[in-house]
Design a protein around this ligand. Structure first.
Ligand code: URA
Ligand code: SF4
Length: 204
């Protein structure tokens, strides 16, 4: 199990995207529509890492094009981060879901699936060489910083990562969508933008 054997010999982003379309490094490819590989400038200063594609992303084949992506776009704009400086990807490249009636409900990837998919993320980092990885939520943060990392404790701080690139962990934009009321949603968004403004300092 693992994506390693699917990596191309000269792993540019375009070659990897083509190769990842046929990845069977774990069982998640079976129930998903397609691989959702990272997207954006291969010279981006910031690499933003989510958890896994959602329902929309699975259908469209691009990261962060659904509701969480809209929250992320708004927050990036508020933080003054231009899209051209960003490469967007996920810790896991296939959508994991369970059926509930007509809906496909997101299900968190387990640690074996995250580990199986990590060769793609590591190769993306080597190809893009960002100055900072922004880890969105616990799955991405723990994929890179280890299982004991706690976003609530260490969000918004610039840290060393084992990948040799600085990292900054913050919440996942979908957590903002789950806020119980407008006031807590506004607060959560403000805190997210504050963290992204630290990342904005790496641009330019
Ligand atoms: N959530 C993620 O973590 N990634 C996406 O691409 C979309 C939603
Ligand atoms: Fe390969 Fe990752 Fe998809 Fe698993 S989730 S099949 S490792 S691309």
């Amino acid at each position: 199990m693992g994506a390693e054997e699917f990596l191309p010999d000269q792993p540019t982003i375009d070659r990897m995207r083509a190769a990842a379309a046929d990845c069977k490094g774990c069982d998640l490819w079976r129930a998903a529509t397609q691989t959702v590989f990272g997207e954006g400038s291969d010279h981006a200063v910031l690499m933003l890492v989510g958890e896994q594609p959602g329902d929309r992303e699975d259908i469209e084949g691009k990261p962060f094009v659904g509701p969480a992506g809209r929250v992320l776009d708004t927050a990036l704009e508020s933080a003054g981060i231009p899209r051209a400086q960003v490469y967007l990807t996920n810790a896991v490249k296939h959508f994991r879901w369970v059926r509930r009636g007509k809906r496909r409900l997101h299900e968190k990837p387990n640690s074996q699936q995250v580990r199986a998919c990590r060769p793609w993320l590591e190769a993306e980092v080597k190809a893009v060489k960002p100055r900072l990885m922004v880890l969105l939520g616990a799955t991405a943060a723990q994929a890179v910083l280890g299982p004991t990392f706690r976003v609530t404790r260490d969000r918004g701080k610039v840290l060393e990562t084992p990948l040799g690139i600085a990292g900054l962990a913050t919440v996942h934009p979908s957590s903002i969508l789950r806020s119980p009321d407008d006031e807590s949603r506004d607060q959560a968004m403000d805190a997210f933008v504050r963290d992204l403004k630290v990342a904005a300092g790496f641009v330019g």
